[in-house]
Design a protein around this ligand. Structure first.
Ligand code: NDP
Length: 286
């Protein structure tokens, strides 16, 4: 028996995959009616969070954030002792660490997970999930967790699953906004976005080309400016700000990017590679 708490789209998809693979699943959800569909598919509804936790050694959580975990498991009383809590909800790495300590203090073990696909892809070939926490706990449940998606174990530092998750979403959300900004620039001249689309897709597809060398330079802290240096790229960043202003569209994103170049130049990186922006970005600005 496996317990799953939290029946949003993601939790429901996970329950279905576990049932399809022959596991018994006990569920609990704050809004009880959300369990109806998975109960029809074979899941058992627990009356309380304590009953849900008591039903299985392995307890999966799929909640909006980590605050919801305390709201629910805070009512589970002594039942957490000896249980394995796998929290597949999204939140910050620091909140993940606090949650691991909270569960441990109640006699349970804790794994953090970050699901990297939308609900309809759960259990499908391209699905993968980041995990971090105790290696022996992960190894014990690896085969069950693999039903949700390929499990990528990142190590014992429990923060890492959410760190990787947030870093991936950092790229994803920024990319989506940048695409929309570029589309606004195109549309400002009355040109349909569809006409620009092949070029945007081509660029997204080739972005990986730049990353191998960039990662190496960032790691070494060496930024030879033999190709695209900060001064040249900074001028381009300024042109994008000016073009956006002329077009009468939002300039917040291009100004933020221009500020990286301005600060890199001010820090003496003008003739270094664009990767030297990392030295500005990594600095604590508090
Ligand atoms: P939803 O927000 O739809 O569902 C979250 C669940 O959390 C619901 O069961 C909800 O209960 C419960 N919940 C929220 N707050 C509380 C609370 N204070 N007390 C009790 N229960 C609470 O999220 P999803 O199912 O879409 O996602 C779950 C997690 O997976 C999130 O962390 C999300 O970031 C992550 N994720 C989602 C993806 C997606 O495509 N959906 C993709 C990748 C990750 P109730 O039904 O009563 O509201």
């Amino acid at each position: 028996m496996i317990t799953l708490i939290g029946l949003g789209p993601m939790g429901q998809a996970m329950v279905r995959v576990l049932l399809e693979n022959g596991h018994g699943v006990t569920v609990w959800n704050r809004t009880a009616a959300r369990a109806d569909g998975v109960m029809a598919a074979g899941a058992v509804r627990a009356e309380t969070p304590a009953d849900a936790v008591a039903a299985s050694e392995l307890v999966l959580l799929s909640l909006t954030d980590y605050a919801a975990m305390y709201d629910i498991l805070g009512r589970a009383g002594e039942t957490l002792a000896g249980k394995v809590i796998v929290n597949l909800s999204s939140d910050t790495p620091e909140k993940t660490r606090e949650a691991a300590d909270w569960v441990k203090a109640r006699g349970g073990q804790f794994l953090a997970g970050g699901v990297m696909v939308p609900a309809p892809m759960v259990g499908k070939e391209d699905a993968y999930v980041f995990y971090s926490g105790p290696t022996d706990v992960f190894d014990k449940y690896r085969d069950i967790l693999a039903l949700i998606g390929r499990p990528d174990f990142l190590g014992e530092d429990v923060r890492l699953a959410q760190l990787f998750y947030q870093a991936q979403l950092d790229i994803f959300l920024n990319s989506l906004s940048v695409f929309l900004h570029a589309s606004a620039l195109i549309r400002s001249a009355g040109v349909p976005v569809e006409k620009f689309l092949p070029y945007a897709k081509d660029l997204f597809a080739t972005m990986g080309f730049y990353l191998d060398a960039a990662a190496e330079q960032v790691e070494k802290g060496e930024h030879p400016g033999d190709e695209a240096d900060v001064t040249m790229m900074g001028a381009t960043a300024d042109h994008i700000v000016q073009a956006s202003r002329d077009a009468g569209i939002d300039v917040v994103l291009p100004e933020a990017i221009k500020s990286h170049y301005d600060r890199a130049i001010a820090a003496g990186h003008g003739r270094s590679s664009w990767t030297s922006l990392f030295e500005v970005i990594k600095a604590d600005r508090k």
